[in-house]
Design a protein around this ligand. Structure first.
Ligand code: ADP
Ligand code: MG
Length: 721
């Protein structure tokens, strides 16, 4: 199958010569298809355009007019101002660009321009455009080719006296660049759009029936609409179509990964004898929550099936994920296999081992901790017990798997905290013999649609319930002015034998940002607020050995106050640490704050978390930040916080953090706006791959081609091409 028409380099398009081709390339537009997908970033219509007669100082307007006169006006202060008088059918108005005299070269008398910006009063009304766009170039083209994108079916008459803006006219603004101005892009698109659109329908992988079921337009219609919508209302449905395509191909990539993870290698059908699982269950001093029972059923079903399990277990800190994982490990062990639990740090691995030993006291199940810091002799002994099968539950860091520790019969791998354990690591596990089941625990609750988009290759289980009687961490938003009082309260708690964290956004002070920094503040706290107490610094740039030593001393209670950066987010679990102060809290994402707060919700004494935003001059940036922090202080529900974070900060942060993930590169899809499309995209992608894993069938040639075009590098990287 060839799709050569749209693969043609832009240079062969009308209105594009070698020089413009270079400029287009710098915007990432190499082929005709790239040009089609280079859609406007902004739309204005007559309803948002203010007639010039109604422009008043104090307004922020979008206006359209033809340039009648222009020039650079010097001022006494030496500032040179470029001014242009524009006219529409209601009147005239001055536009002024202080300090941008060079714009004089870019605008011609007779140009029709769109301006957006505040209206000031200087010897009369004056728009000061933040942005301006040349909609039509004066004397640039013959009337025949002088077709605007916005109404490509009605040729615009040659420049003459300004005409009223026809109702419904939409003005589009493309992402442009200095050497490829707006009007050039508009012209190139106008010259080629109709022709190019004719080649789109054969590229549409959604059959009309499927399209209708999803309520989406055809691809050609969507692209045509985005370049020249008849009305603003048409833009969102058209974007939705492109969003669906992105989500679908991302899911298709992930479905291919999933196929490799679950089907390409035989899995283990674990046999449940209840020998250990029942004993653990009966010995628990509490009842499992409904959510724990539900996810355990999901996990048992996966493990009993001959297919490999690849499941993510999501839930807030303290909801009981680790206990659920322990049940899964015992199921593996009673079925005759070993289970490994991998933690992000050695200390956490040791804590896991200790807790598991407590739970399993008296049960016939060997627990082993493998760490890099053990003496070589001990390490060899431990490794021998793992290789010989006497150790059935093994905890350690991710090095457990990566350094090729030998197991007798590894049947299940549990990964605590997903972010450093990505697709590639999961795929590497599938190469082992036998290929172990995988359970990934994540304490970052995220909305389901986002979880599916990020981790389409995994099944997802959610624990959305905390054990009864759990006290939420008391959270307070303090004024920077109240800092002294906050630290007095912390000192009181230290006096009662408790421990504290103080968290800063940066390690060192810098001229660039006026933020409180861990290093300097640590010195200050040590000599002032917490004089006489053991105060230590912990940050990510310390050598790993030093970091471990500090954490160990904090766990042991020798260090009373840990002054840290976000390294404490994961990797430490100290029940006696009950209070946390977070400085310059506006610098952290809500989900990150929630993770941090989870560190002091561990014991049965009530935890306290105080967030202090920076004052003005300390990186404080006013009310928006405060509103966010208020949300954080108000709710203890990680899912609610994540949804809020997603709403406020957008999905970039989430996709950015998943560095080993699929590198989503979503341009059109917005998980908040298009979240409802993720499920259908996933279902279709999985169904396709289930029926035709290699997408080798005739009917799948098109999707395979598009998948390769979008994700060829990933398919190769993951070895699933
Ligand atoms: P997570 O891994 O989700 O952070 P853990 O499994 O470590 O949570 O559980 C946190 C604490 O709650 C542990 O001390 C654990 O023993 C306890 N716990 C787990 N499940 C329950 C339950 N159903 N009822 C009461 N306590 C529980
Ligand atoms: Mg845990």
């Amino acid at each position: 199958m060839s799709l050569t028409r749209l693969d043609k380099p832009v240079q062969f398009l009308k209105g594009v010569g070698p020089r413009r081709a270079e400029s287009l390339a710098r915007l990432g537009i190499l082929t005709a298809r790239d040009l089609l997908y280079h859609v406007p970033r902004r739309y204005d219509d007559a309803s948002t355009v203010t007639p010039l007669s109604r422009v008043e100082p104090g307004m922020d307007v979008t206006a359209v007019g033809v340039v009648r006169s222009k020039g650079v006006v010097p001022t006494r202060s030496g500032l040179r101002i470029f001014q242009a008088v524009i006219k529409d059918d209601t009147g005239i108005c001055t536009c002024a660009w202080p300090g941008q005299p060079w714009l004089d070269r870019g605008l011609r008398v007779g140009d029709r321009i769109l301006v957006t910006g505040p209206v000031k009063f200087f010897h009369g009304r004056q728009i000061q455009p933040r942005e301006h766009v040349v909609l039509e170039r004066a004397q640039e083209a013959s009337p025949r080719t002088h077709t605007s994108i916005s109404d490509s079916h009605t040729p615009i008459p040659p420049p003459g006296p300004p005409r009223p803006i026809p109702p419904g006219t939409v003005f589009v603004t493309y992402p442009a660049s200095e050497d490829l101005p707006q009007w050039v892009l508009r012209r190139v698109v106008a010259l080629n759009l109709e022709q190019l659109l004719r080649h789109v329908p054969p590229e549409d992988h959604l059959a009309p029936a499927a399209r209708d079921a999803l309520g989406l337009p055809g691809l050609a219609t969507a692209l045509a609409t985005l370049h020249g919508p008849a009305s603003l209302d048409h833009v969102a449905p058209a974007r939705r179509r492109l969003a669906y395509d992105e989500l679908f191909f991302l899911q298709l990539l992930q479905a291919r990964v999933r196929h490799h993870l679950t089907l390409a290698r035989p899995g283990i059908a674990f046999e449940r004898t209840n020998r250990l699982v029942r004993a653990l269950h009966d010995g628990l001093p509490f009842k499992l929550t409904g959510a724990q029972i539900r996810v355990l059923r999901e996990i048992y079903a996966d493990m009993a099936a001959p297919r490999r399990m690849n499941r993510m277990l999501q839930g807030d800190v303290g909801c009981g994920k680790t206990l659920v994982a322990l049940f899964a490990m015992l199921l593996a062990v009673e079925g005759g296999y070993q289970a490994a639990l991998m933690a992000p740090t050695e200390i956490l691995a040791a804590q896991h081992a200790a807790r598991i030993r407590e739970f399993l006291a008296g049960l016939p199940c060997g627990v082993e901790l493998l760490t890099g810091s053990a003496t070589p002799r001990r390490r060899d002994e431990a490794r021998a017990r793992v290789a010989g099968g006497e150790a059935q539950v093994v905890t350690g860091t991710h090095a457990l798997i990566q350094e090729g520790v030998e197991f007798d019969a590894l049947g299940l791998v549990v990964v605590d905290e997903q972010h450093r354990f990505g697709v590639r690591q999961r795929l590497a596990l599938a190469e082992r013999d036998p290929a172990p089941d995988v359970l990934v625990m994540s304490a970052t609750p995220i909305p389901r649609s986002l979880a599916m988009a990020l981790h389409g290759d995994l099944e997802i289980s959610v624990i959305d319930e905390l054990p009864a009687g759990r006290r939420p961490v008391e959270t307070r938003l303090a004024d920077p002015g109240g800092r002294a009082e906050v630290f007095r309260e912390v000192a009181d708690r230290l006096g009662r034998g408790e421990q504290a964290y103080v968290v800063y956004p940066v390690i060192e002070e810098s001229a660039k940002a006026d933020l409180r920094a861990a290093e300097t503040e640590c010195e200050r706290l040590r000599s002032e607020e917490f004089a006489g107490r053991e105060v230590a610094l912990l940050h990510g740039r310390m050598p790993a050995g030093d970091r471990d030593a500090v954490m160990r001393r904090f766990v042991a209670g020798e260090i009373r106050v840990l002054v840290a950066t976000t390294v404490v987010e994961v990797g430490i679990d100290v029940a006696n640490a009950t209070v946390m102060v977070i400085e310059n809290a506006e610098r952290f994402g809500l989900s990150q704050l929630h993770q941090l707060r989870g560190r002091v919700g561990r014991g049965d004494r009530g935890g306290l978390c105080v967030v202090i935003p920076g004052a003005v001059g300390e990186g404080g940036d006013g009310s928006a930040a405060r509103e966010r922090l208020e949300v954080f202080a108000r709710t203890d529900d990680g899912f609610e916080i994540a949804a809020e974070d997603l709403r406020i900060r957008g999905q970039g942060d989430f996709f950015g953090a998943e560095q080993h993930g699929h590198g989503a590169g979503l341009r059109f899809a917005d998980i908040v706006e298009h979240g409802d499309l993720v499920g259908p995209a996933r279902e279709r992608a999985r169904a396709l791959v289930d029926r035709d894993p290699e997408l080798a069938g005739e009917g799948n040639a098109l999707v395979r081609l598009v998948l390769e075009r979008r994700y060829g590098d990933r398919l190769k990287l993951f070895g699933v091409g």
